[in-house]
Design a protein around this ligand. Structure first.
Ligand SMILES: *Cc1c(COP(=O)(O)O)cnc(C)c1O
Length: 435
């Protein structure tokens, strides 16, 4: 299978090349030329399969020219060595807990899959790659941990100074070894823009082999389709066959795009809910306006503070550029910080369950969608981060004390090693060239 660039000016390439390139040379994002549909018998018998079996089946059509089944199985087994589960909240909504990986956020799925695949290939080919990642927090720690000490790979992370939580910063900026962190004087969009400029800079690309690992990378996107199917498998195990609605807390829209991909492969899904904070350009589009990117606004759900969501072009491609089809399949909701806090309080009070601010937005959207549309479908609401990562927000709202697991506590004690840098491209380029 080949992958085309959404800008249509670069040639289609196989999966591993798309993974290494990150962004296509023409600045577009890679997408599969065709969406493989898996047989009905697969979707009907998900309940008999484990997560890693589901993952292998879904990945195979994209990767079969480049890996064999044994390698794929090993990658899946190594990458997804942590649990995931549904937690019922009330009678209709179930929370899909995606935060049991090493950095306690759903980004571990994409980052670990990609790192394992990279490592499998780098060991065979013997050439060094530098991975550039712009992060608003969770991507950075997931990627840093996924690639830590992986041979043949250097990682350079850029994050906005002062705009990530202390724990996020400690998790990514204290590792050292093959992980370098740059603290950028600016916002997430500045970091993203620096990385994008580097990828289209011919001189720099001739000088070093660059690759990306943020949510634009096709190897991050693919595994984000697996857990949607896993949720359907869990519903089947509960004896529920009605098509679910998925509510997805969204920023750069990689997570939601993974869900749409699964649906296009044949996974039963009634509808998707795009839940955002006040950075609501997609929500606005879904309600009938133009798509008009703007600067991001800082919120308490900071991993979703994205003003120009990169993956929107992929959603367009998946729906053959039919705005009407997109608006039929995806419903948008957005909430401010006060409503987010209210949602955290409600769920704690009514269900004795703590959720992070991102998850709270997704949950609120799910509840409101059910209420407005009087639907009877099961609703899967994605939990994107462990509440402990946002205890500064959650504890005062719920009057509770969240214990910090020992494996997190140890990060808080480590020495920060990040390098401060301005938001101009030349300075960043010079830094890369000087290494
Ligand atoms: C990254 C992130 C999101 C947003 O995911 P996208 O794929 O960028 O839409 C939501 N919640 C948390 C906790 C995240 O880390």
């Amino acid at each position: 299978m080949k992958f085309f660039s959404t800008n249509k000016k670069s040639p289609p390439v196989p999966f591993l090349e798309a993974m290494r390139n990150g962004l296509a040379p023409d600045g577009g994002l890679y997408m599969p030329e065709t969406i493989p549909s898996l047989p009905e018998s697969f979707w009907k018998s998900l309940k008999n399969l484990s997560f890693s079996e589901i993952a292998c089946e879904m990945a195979r059509p994209f990767l079969e020219d480049e890996t064999d089944d044994d390698e794929l199985k090993k990658v899946m087994g190594d990458a997804f060595n942590f649990p995931l589960n549904l937690h019922p909240v009330g009678s209709q909504i179930q929370i899909l807990e995606l935060f049991h990986g090493p950095t306690l956020a759903f980004k571990d799925f994409g980052a670990r899959f990609m790192a394992r695949l990279f490592s499998a290939k780098a060991q065979k080919e013997n050439r060094e790659v530098t991975i550039l990642v712009a992060t608003s927090g969770d991507t950075g720690s997931a990627v840093a941990h996924g690639f830590y000490k992986v041979p043949g790979v250097q990682v350079c992370l850029l994050y906005p100074a002062g705009k990530v939580s202390r724990l996020q910063e400690q998790q990514m900026a204290t590792l050292g070894e093959n992980i370098t962190t740059l603290e950028v004087d600016g916002v997430f969009d500045d970091c993203q823009s620096l990385v994008k400029q580097a990828f289209v800079d011919e001189k720099l690309n001739n000088y070093m082999q660059l690759s990306s690992a943020n949510s634009i990378n096709i190897a991050r996107l693919l595994p984000q389709s697996f857990y949607y199917a896993f949720a359907v498998a869990e519903l089947q195990r509960q004896g529920i066959s009605k098509e679910p609605v998925f509510s997805v807390p969204s920023g750069n829209f990689g997570n939601l795009t993974g869900g749409i991909l699964a649906m296009k492969m044949g996974m039963p899904a009634d509808r998707f809910i795009a839940a955002t904070n006040v950075n609501d350009v997609v929500t606005e589009f879904l309600s009938g306006s133009e798509f008009s990117p703007r600067h991001s606004i800082q919120t308490i759900s900071n991993a979703m503070d994205v003003g120009n969501p990169s993956n929107f072009v992929r959603i367009k491609a998946l729906f053959n550029h039919s705005d009407k089809a997109i608006r039929r399949q995806i419903k948008g909701f957005s909430y401010d910080d006060d409503t987010t806090r209210q949602s955290i309080r409600d769920v704690y009070k009514n269900h004795d369950y703590l959720i992070c601010p991102h998850t709270a937005i997704g949950y609120r959207a799910a509840a409101e969608y059910i209420h407005q549309n009087n639907v009877s479908n099961p609703v899967i609401s994605l939990a994107t981060a462990h509440p402990v990562k946002f205890r500064d927000v959650i504890e005062p709202e719920t009057d509770s004390k969240i214990d910090v697991p020992e494996r997190l506590e140890k990060w808080l004690k480590r020495k920060k090693r990040s390098i401060p840098i301005g938001n101009g491209y030349e300075e960043f380029k010079e830094f890369l060239m000087s290494r």
